[in-house]
Write a protein that binds this ligand. Structure first.
Ligand code: ADP
Ligand code: TMP
Ligand code: ASP
Length: 240
């Protein structure tokens, strides 16, 4: 399926129409952004590793019973996906405290939480993606009650499946963000991406950061680290 017209160009990915209006092509660019778009850089080869990383993870989730928008990888940086009606919210689960929760609650970085913590954020870079709760979502009509319940249930399930997958490769899944959309107006589907751009992964033995914090904190070897994670999980990433 060929990509026709670009309909969205986000901070790291672009979406294109196809000849079938049920499907879109998702193009993973090298562009990397953090702090809601305030820090930006193109990192050579990131689009390719993220596209194929995402396909591997979404296919694994699908095999474990989580419906995803992913259909197939088209080339190194493009994948075909189901076109969805996206919720303007982000679902985050934290197994350990890191990032914004430490700034917000004064928590020690790396603290192991008693149980996984679910948080909703509003997808709005201009507002710095503020933390919101179920009441905000209902009052503003961003999603219905049954959608909220389903998104939480699915995000916890994704956490269970992926925490195990990463731990089997010697990596701690510290936290992650996922987005959902509606297919045909009713079925909730995992959308967007699951890559080291949207999660924190620490080496079990050394605590080394293997995710986008390397970019946020200027630690270097960002794409190299993503490849190392991919290799550990047995992915066969093709380069152009
Ligand atoms: P951002 O919007 O945060 O800058 P990206 O650069 O990742 O992010 O852009 C991808 C955009 O595509 C996001 O706005 C995301 O919500 C949207 N999106 C992801 N999957 C789908 C889908 N299956 N159908 C429609 N839109 C999608
Ligand atoms: P945070 O510490 O910035 O709140 O982020 C928690 C996790 O979710 C971290 O792995 C990064 C990811 N995340 C995104 O990728 N994009 C977002 O807009 C948000 C709010 C979080
Ligand atoms: N808010 C997240 C970050 O700080 C995601 C983003 O802005 O791209 O990286």
């Amino acid at each position: 399926m060929e990509k026709l017209k670009e309909i969205t160009s986000g901070k790291a990915k672009s979406l294109y129409t196809t000849s079938d209006d049920r499907y879109l092509v998702m193009n993973f660019r090298d562009d990397t952004s953090a702090f809601d778009g305030k820090k930006k850089e193109a990192l050579l080869g990131k689009g390719a590793v993220n596209n194929q990383f995402n396909a591997f993870i979404l296919e694994h989730l699908d095999s474990e019973g989580v419906n995803t928008h992913h259909i197939e990888v088209l080339n190194t940086t493009d994948s075909l996906v189901h076109k969805l009606q996206m919720f303007p919210i982000e679902c985050v689960i934290r197994n350990r405290a890191s990032g914004s929760i430490c700034r917000r609650l004064g928590t020690e970085d790396g603290l192991i939480l008693e149980s996984p913590l679910f948080e909703f954020f509003l997808k709005d870079d201009d507002l710095g993606d503020p933390l919101i709760n179920d009441e905000h979502i209902l009052s503003f009509g961003w999603a219905k009650e049954e959608h909220i319940t389903e998104m939480k249930k699915l995000t916890y399930k994704i956490n269970e499946i992926l925490s195990k997958l990463f731990l089997d490769s010697g990596l701690i899944l510290v936290d992650f963000k996922v987005e959902f959309g509606l297919l045909g107006g009713e079925k909730i589907i995992l959308a967007d991406e699951f890559t080291p751009d949207g999660c924190r992964l620490w080496d079990v033995k050394t605590g080394k950061k293997m995710d986008k914090d390397r970019f946020r904190e200027g630690l270097g070897d960002v794409v190299e680290s993503y490849h190392q994670v991919a290799d550990r999980l047995g992915m066969n990433i093709k380069l152009d």
